[in-house]
Design a protein around this ligand. Sequence first.
Ligand code: ADP
Ligand code: ASP
Ligand code: MG
Length: 425
Amino acid sequence: MGLVVQKYGGSSVADAEGIKRVAKRIVEAKKNGHQVVVVVSAMGDTTDELIDLAQEVSPMPAGREFDMLLTAGERISMALLAMAIKNLGHEAQSFTGSQAGVITDSVHNKARIIDVTPGRIRTALDEGNIAIVAGFQGVSQDKKDITTLGRGGSDTTAVALAAALDAEVCEIYTDVDGVFTADPRVVKKARKIDWISFEDMLELASSGSKVLLHRCVEYARRYNIPIHVRSSFSGLTGTWVSSEPITQGDKKVEQAIISGVAHDTSEAKITVVGVPDKPGEAAAIFRTISDAEINIDMIVQNVSAASTGLTDISFTLPKAEGRKAIDALEKNKHGIGYESLRYDDQIGKISLVGAGMKTNPGVTADFFTALSDAGVNIELISTSEIRISVVTRADDVKEAVTAVHSAFGLDSDSDEAVVYGGTGR
Ligand code: ADP
Ligand code: ASP
Ligand code: MG
């Protein structure tokens, strides 16, 4: 039996009962002969609560201190989990990200892992321990400061450790039974997917399906680590995310034409109104945004409604970066030469994902028809080879996702999808 990495999300360890339940599950894996490394998130909504607290003290907390604060959440759960396991008569040791050898760059709040040196974890395992690692955190290579990996970053910690320790599998335990064809909190008829390719999962994750973080899937694809997403509240088999289809009985699971529908309400739209229609303008706008280290998503350029000879350029970005982007653009108003800025945080994005799109004509037309039948107006469109996304009003998202899900025949005809815990925050 080999080494397994198990990651438990915040909803799985939301309270003392949850921690004890998870501890039992971990001990089972150990009893089955595995070496077990556990990555754990902060309890319940602890991270959100710490963020709220920081904002009460300072509207723009310093990155270094903010990271130091947030990593406290995972320290609490890792220590409690190790205690609960010891209480069941098994040896366990907890480690911070830094102690576990998670080395990152020095970009606070969204650091990237650049190396993993899990010497202490190996030693702990060799001595018969279950190793518990705090997710979502590392230490910067140059300054040795504590960093965090961005929201949901424990998924990435788990896959990175699985790769460094040459694990058989990385199991991601969460509050639903796997990856579904849509968020089961929104679409009750969402269907559990048995197997999904890294490529389709990557698109779903980057389009807002937060069941897995896209950086984690990227990492898993690069090191070819199979991920098993499953519930910590049930014993059911979940979803396998891997390069090759799994076999069920003696048949390979087929690649679906459409894997699923993702939605995202965490973005905002900025419109730069009245931009002179000449070369270099878009470059000036997006240089300003990139210099502020902001990632943008969709872009659209229109003939200006305000006056002729001018255009409007709209783009979407994480709401959390909205203030910073507006400040940067305002500072450079003369350099760019636009008339005004509009900020809209009442938008939602709906994406249809599936590799089958490449070879099946009509998917785009069916997608737009489903939206129009539901009376949903489209504001922005973007596509990749295996994804098509639109921006709509935030209020329309639930209806749009449900309509598209049905139109592509994704509705399950068995029981409703179960959501075991979590607040969906
Ligand atoms: P954890 O605390 O375990 O990391 P998350 O809240 O980050 O859990 O992720 C699990 C949640 O992801 C689910 O409760 C569900 O609401 C949401 N989700 C969004 N899209 C999907 C999807 N396609 N399949 C399953 N869950 C999804
Ligand atoms: N606790 C962190 C968050 O809520 C990291 C994680 O849960 O993966 O984003
Ligand atoms: Mg998560």
